[in-house]
Design a protein around this ligand. Structure first.
Ligand code: NAD
Length: 250
């Protein structure tokens, strides 16, 4: 198979749904061999069937360091290296700070911040020929929306990690960049709210502040990740690509 990512080995965490799934399809379509990971075997099986080829799923929780070790041991045994990592898995729970407990805080930080940190750290020995790492943050990393405090804090941490890693990994030929999506039509929208009416109200409120007047599509995020992961961005590192219909930019 030909394609601009032909011969590349990629891993996408949270690759069974939403932005991760769209990115897996994009990469596989460009000829990469794509590993996807997530916690739910049934969702992963569905995604593998949808992607069609050049893909393999491995179950695992990014908050669990043993799962990460097992994931990288498998990729090491099967392919011997990794060229592209998209640290995309993430979780969100709306909780006004006054009502938050330690469980909410720890779950959010253990997945999004600690999980992303060790997803990258434990992948490094497999980057034997240089490569590209893309971290998925959020436009929320510069906003102060009520109830998103812990989530936004983790996404700001991710934006910061990219600066340090871009500096630390440049001599190994690894570029590290960030995608910060705005409001994108994926399953993570619905899980934030308890009723369909609440989803509609929230989406109407978001649309009213998005200059482009619409939500983003997962495929549009996949194009942005592709840019950061491919040689098209060969002179770019430590950068944050914001794809949010202008909401944090105008
Ligand atoms: P999604 O819910 O479809 O994707 C998130 C994926 O991460 C899911 O597959 C989920 O199973 C996986 N995941 C969650 N916790 C995990 C864990 N502990 N271990 C392994 N996998 C885990 O939603 P999405 O919108 O595609 O989200 C992808 C990324 O984009 C997330 O990091 C999210 O924070 C970020 N993001 C999304 C939006 C949006 O509006 N959709 C906006 C900004 C940022």
């Amino acid at each position: 198979m030909s394609g601009t990512l032909h011969g590349k080995i990629a891993l996408i965490t949270g690759g069974s749904t939403g932005i991760g799934l769209a990115t897996a399809k994009r990469f596989a379509g460009e000829g990469a061999f794509v590993y996807i990971t997530g916690r739910r075997a049934t969702e992963l099986d569905k995604a593998v069937a949808e992607i069609g080829g050049n893909v393999r799923a491995i179950t695992g929780d990014i908050a669990n360091l043993d799962d990460l070790d097992r994931l990288y041991a498998t990729i090491g045994e099967e392919k011997g290296r990794l060229d592209i990592l998209v640290a995309n898995a993430g979780t969100v729970e709306l909780r006004p700070t006054a009502l938050a407990d330690a469980e909410h805080f720890d779950k959010t930080f253990n997945t999004n911040a600690r999980g992303t940190y060790f997803t990258v750290q434990k992948a490094l020995p497999l980057f034997i020929e240089g490569g590209a790492i893309v971290l998925v943050s959020s436009g929320m990393n510069v906003k102060g929306f009520p109830a998103y405090g812990a989530y936004a804090g983790t996404k700001a941490a991710i934006r910061s990690f990219a600066r340090t890693w871009a500096a630390e990994l440049k001599d190994q030929g690894i570029r590290v960049n960030v995608l910060s999506p705005g409001v994108i039509e994926t399953p993570i929208i619905d899980v934030q709210f308890t009723t369909p009416e609440a989803v509609e109200t929230a989406l109407a409120a978001f649309k009213s502040i998005i200059p482009m007047g619409r939500l983003g599509r997962p495929e549009e995020m996949a194009d942005a990740v592709y840019y950061l992961a491919s040689d098209q961005s060969s002179y770019t590192t430590g950068f944050e690509l914001v794809a949010d219909g202008g909401v944090t930019e105008i």
